[in-house]
Design a protein around this ligand. Structure first.
Ligand code: AMP
Length: 282
């Protein structure tokens, strides 16, 4: 496994591989990796000849009052995890490598970036689409792997790849959870024992709604009530919505198409997100 820090070195490394017809997989991350990231890397390693993992805490997707400065880091552990999961290249750029002086061109997402997290994190998805478009252009992967945990992100990025005709297949990988159901997240590192225990109610609420849906409940309002009813352990729910998986518009009335319940909540000062898909039988 090679660790490269500059775009020039990465391109020099990948050029001959591409010439040989190797299939290149790409997993963009912000580091402090866990089994969720490892699952993306494993999928890529299984489907591609080479897997590039980028580790870059992207400043443009953080708001001014968010946790950019404190975002957890552990490069040595990240490298071991990547190696163990089958990555062949780690791309580890400095901020100035991605955003050199004079940088001023952004990728502006459309309506899909407005609801859910977009409503509470203005500019977040513009930061995400901009850095992911740049990383796609730098790595030029055949396949790129993203986690279902960040559901809106997968929808926004798929749309961007289509809209900009980027020659990459976006693959979405299921959320990896702790044994008790808590979705793995780098931000779980902020949780103390009590907060960690309380955070679990998010998954419990989503499971309760999903079970009600499987048992035949179709009223969106009722499904959301069931979810909210179990989410009593968190300090505040920022949003809890049932939306169409394609256009992310809130579903009113009966759930008659593929949809997803998305939640963002605070446990102490830690913001956590999770979601569950609801797919009606045909
Ligand atoms: P991040 O480092 O948080 O930017 O995440 C990098 C990638 O890992 C994104 O595509 C995330 O959706 C994905 N990811 C984060 N947590 C999980 C998880 N628990 N299961 C699967 N993928 C995840």
């Amino acid at each position: 496994m090679r660790v490269v820090r500059t775009i020039a070195d990465l391109r020099a490394l990948l050029r001959p591989l591409r010439k040989e017809g190797k299939r290149i997989g790409f997993v963009p991350t912000m580091g402090f990796l866990h089994e969720g990231h490892a699952s993306l890397v494993r999928q890529s390693a299984a489907r591609c000849d080479d897997t590039v993992v980028s580790i870059f805490v992207n400043p443009t997707q953080f708001g001014p009052s968010e946790d950019l400065a404190n975002y957890p880091r552990d490069l040595e552990r990240d490298q071991n995890l990547c190696l163990e999961a089958g990555a062949t290249v780690i791309f580890l750029p400095e901020i100035g490598e991605i955003y050199p002086t004079g940088f001023q061109t952004h990728v502006e997402p459309g309506r899909l970036a407005d609801p859910l997290c977009g409503r509470y994190r203005p500019g977040h998805f513009r930061g995400v689409t901009t850095v992911v478009a740049k990383l796609f252009s730098i790595v030029q992967p055949d396949l790129a792997f993203f986690g279902q945990k960040d559901f809106q992100q997968t929808v926004v990025i798929r749309r961007m790849a289509r809209d900009l005709n980027l020659p990459v297949d976006v693959v979405v990988v299921p959320t990896v959870r702790e044994a008790d159901g808590l979705a793995l997240s780098s931000r779980n590192a902020y949780l103390d024992e009590d907060a960690r225990r309380r955070a679990l109610c998010l998954h419990k609420g989503l499971l309760a709604a999903s079970a009600a849906f499987a048992a035949g409940e179709r009223e969106a309002v009722r499904l959301l009530e069931i979810a909210r009813g179990a989410m009593v352990g968190v300090d505040s729910i920022q949003y809890l919505e049932l939306v169409d998986t394609q256009n992310l518009e809130a579903i009113q009335g009966k759930v008659d198409r593929s949809s997803v319940i998305c939640v963002a909540a605070y446990v102490g000062s830690t913001r956590l997100i999770d979601n569950v898909m609801l797919v009606p039988p045909h």
